[in-house]
Design a protein around this ligand. Structure first.
Ligand code: SF4
Length: 718
């Protein structure tokens, strides 16, 4: 038998949702790639959802950006990498010299690998000296980050996926887990089948596919989550379920949080009225939660994407702190991240208000630690502009150059028409992408070809803090390069030392060393620590197995991960205690009125990912939902004069689009749902971002994607 003829499988990680499933990719002699789940991976144990299993269908080179391009005389022309890099570095140098470091910005993405993110953050904060680097993860989980920091003292996810199987009750809030985190949902359903006493409660304004497995669905009115969870806190107190010993020993602020909740939410009937749900269902949920010790409350974009997102997160965490249900198997609040590396970006400070290694931009000792470690000429000393502010600053001229990497803000940002105006005005727009034509690329002055999934190498971290390798198994197409490398090459052209890496493993090594580095005894205990992985050479880096941070090495040198945090009752606040945060219900930033009488909710469909630049290549995936739609209640459709199957004009005060009317998505009266995926590049020009209001949460800066006043009317061709 000729062993060399047997194709070798490469173990890598799915590039889509935050579950972070392990994938085995096998290049076959005919040039295709066989895709299978990695049975040894802790997230998925060999299973893949329909998107993950279709990865091999999305790898063709049609539509790929293969060479750098420069805009000249209004048109893009092919250029060499040297020309393109000189243009970026020279442009940034000139703009910084004339207008200062805050006149340039990076807008990056949860699609980046941790090493790409690390270099982008290092360049911006340590060398340019500005914190104007933000990410599309701002649109996704920044409210969870802010809620964690307020409650725990740092952005720490307490538990792990196994807790969702060990729990006797799983509460899913603002999450269509069945479609958006399918493999994790399958784990929950299997656990429930094995233990029928396990209860599943779904809290979602829509009756989604997730509800089909639920014991109880609470179709709360959009934006009323704080009502519901503050009501739960009151109920727990009224029924003697608060763990007074835990609260006294490990928390601050419980009395204030309970008093704040009592103002509006002490009466479950009032809560039910505010949430527009059956009072019996509210009481059933409260009684079930009170009676069940092992509860996990998992939440996602329906909670985060709100102008009150951080308060919603803390109202959930408060209920777990009040009952001491945290840090132990089968219990705790759990943030489901949307993107494959939303967590990795947080590790390296890829948000405008964070430093690397989960250190804080507003703490001098942390700034000094990072600057000393980097030996950098400067360090940003105040938060930069968050995503929505960043594009507003481009439009008003404060930011004159932006480098956008691995994201398509002209489709995905709220008030996307404002982003278009901003890029039209911007002096220098650089875009790194794998795709040649996107709505955003149309405004680029410099286009840089990036490596895609299957071509690039690095690490990602999933929702349960599990760091895993993405491994390349395809040759770089055309002249595409890794994003970390392009960033280093620009940095060197700008005259900065500290960007000479022989390979991506050296970037990871620096990241790991920084996580354990101390130059000052005052530094608080480091919450993010993967120093046990420092010093890996290329071979060991290639062999890296998935591990959940924080990491430690045993006496024999074996590295162990940490599935759960806070089991010792100690949190990351200086006094070691968690915080219950006083929250009060508040309405969405913009309310429906006579002109825009309905509320627009946005989200994903099962078989597409973001703006479809990859999943759009698979005919199988496209079959599931072939075009953009507006889903609404039949009676609202009647009042709007539109019928199922017809095209309708969907408009808000920020923009408009055309979509086909459908019913059947379990939409309550007064709301409509439009998916996020379609863009100006697809057959149906339907950028829902153009409709979404730009209101943001005051703490997290996360936009309100789940509530924009909207009008639906007959579409007439003019
Ligand atoms: Fe990929 Fe998420 Fe599906 Fe897993 S559940 S295969 S990570 S899209």
């Amino acid at each position: 038998m000729n062993l060399s003829a047997i194709p070798l499988a490469v173990r890598t990680t799915c590039p889509y949702c935050g579950v972070g499933c392990g994938v085995q990719a096998t290049p076959l002699p005919d040039g295709s790639i066989a895709i299978a789940g990695d049975a040894s991976h802790g997230a998925n144990a060999g299973r893949l959802c329909v998107k993950g299993s279709a990865l091999g269908e999305t790898l063709g080179l049609d539509g790929r950006l293969l060479h750098p391009q420069l805009r000249e005389g209004g048109a893009l022309r092919r250029a060499s990498w040297d020309e393109a890099l000189d243009k970026v570095a020279g442009g940034w140098r000139d703009i910084i010299a004339e207008h200062g470091p805050d006149a340039v910005a990076l807008y990056v993405s949860g699609q980046l690998l941790t090493e790409d993110y690390y270099i982008a953050n290092k360049l911006m904060k340590g060398y340019i000296g500005s914190a104007n680097i933000d990410t599309n993860s701002r649109l996704c989980m920044s409210s969870a980050v802010a809620g964690h920091k307020r409650a725990f003292g740092a952005d720490l996810v307490p538990g792990c996926y196994e807790d969702l199987e060990l729990a006797d009750m799983v509460v899913l809030v603002g999450s269509n887990t069945a479609w958006c985190h399918p493999i994790l949902f399958q784990r929950i359903v299997r656990a429930k089948e094995a233990r029928p006493q396990m209860k599943l409660v779904v809290i979602d304004p829509r009756r989604t596919a997730t509800c089909e497995s639920a014991d109880l669905h609470l179709p709360v009115k959009l934006g009323t989550d704080v009502w519901l969870f503050n009501g739960l806190l009151c109920y727990l107190a009224q029924h003697g379920v608060v763990d007074a010993g835990f609260v006294a020993a490990h928390t601050n602020g419980f009395d204030e949080a309970l008093a704040a909740a009592h103002v509006d939410c002490a009466d479950p009937l009032a809560v039910a009225r505010a949430c527009r749900v059956d009072p019996r269902d509210v009481l059933d949920f409260y009684a079930m939660f009170a009676a069940t010790a092992k509860v996990v409350t998992a939440f996602s974009q329906g909670v985060n994407q709100s102008s009150a997102g951080t308060d919603k997160v803390n109202s959930i965490i408060n209920c777990h702190l009040a009952t001491g249900r945290i840090g132990r198997p089968g219990m705790g609040p759990f943030s489901l991240t949307g993107q494959p590396n939303a967590m990795g970006g947080r590790e390296v400070g890829g948000l405008a208000n964070m430093l690397a290694a989960h250190m804080e931009l507003d703490r001098a000792v942390h700034r000094d630690t990072v600057q000393t470690f980097w030996d950098s000429p400067r360090i940003a000393d105040r938060p930069g502009l968050k995503a929505v502010e960043l594009f507003q600053a481009i439009e008003d001229g404060r930011i004159k150059a932006v480098w956008i990497i691995a994201t398509n803000p002209l489709v995905s940002m709220p008030d996307a028409n404002q982003v278009q105006r901003a890029l039209e005005k911007c002096q220098l727009v650089v875009v790194s992408d794998i795709v040649e034509k996107t709505d955003t690329n149309a405004y680029a002055d410099v286009l840089l070809p990036a490596l895609g999934w299957g071509e690039k190498d690095g690490t990602v971290t999933n929702s349960e803090r599990r760091i895993a390798r993405q491994r390349g198994f395809l040759a770089a197409p055309g002249e595409a390069r890794a994003d970390w490398l392009a960033l280093c090459q620009v940095a060197r052209r700008m005259g900065f030392a500290g960007f000479d890496f022989a390979g991506v493993h050296e970037v990871f090594d620096e990241h790991a060393r920084l996580s354990g580095y101390r130059n000052d005894a005052q530094g608080s205990p480091r919450v993010f620590n993967i120093a046990a992985l420092a010093g890996m050479d290329r071979r060991r880096y290639d062999q890296l197995e998935p591990l959940q941070w924080p990491l430690r090495a045993d006496p024999a040198g074996a590295v162990e991960g940490t599935p759960r945090l806070f089991g010792d009752g100690r949190y990351a606040h200086a006094d070691g205690r968690a915080r219950c945060v006083a929250t009060a219900p508040r309405a969405p930033a913009h309310l429906p009125d006579a002109d825009y009488p309905l509320a627009l909710n946005t989200g994903r469909v099962r078989d597409q990912w973001h703006t479809m630049t990859r999943t759009g290549k698979s005919a199988r995936l496209a079959d599931h939902v072939p075009e953009a739609f507006v889903d609404m209640h039949p009676q609202d459709a009647l009042l709007c004069g539109v019928r199922e199957g017809e095209l309708a004009r969907v408009s808000t005060q920020w923009g408009a689009m055309v979509a086909r009317v459908q019913h059947g998505g379990g939409i309550a009266r007064g709301a409509v749902f439009v998916p996020i995926h379609w863009s100006g590049q697809t057959a149906s020009d339907a950028r829902v971002g153009a409709l979404v209001n730009p209101a943001v949460d005051p703490v997290s800066g996360e936009p309100e994607f789940k509530h924009t006043p909207v009008r639906v009317e007959q579409f007439r061709v003019s």
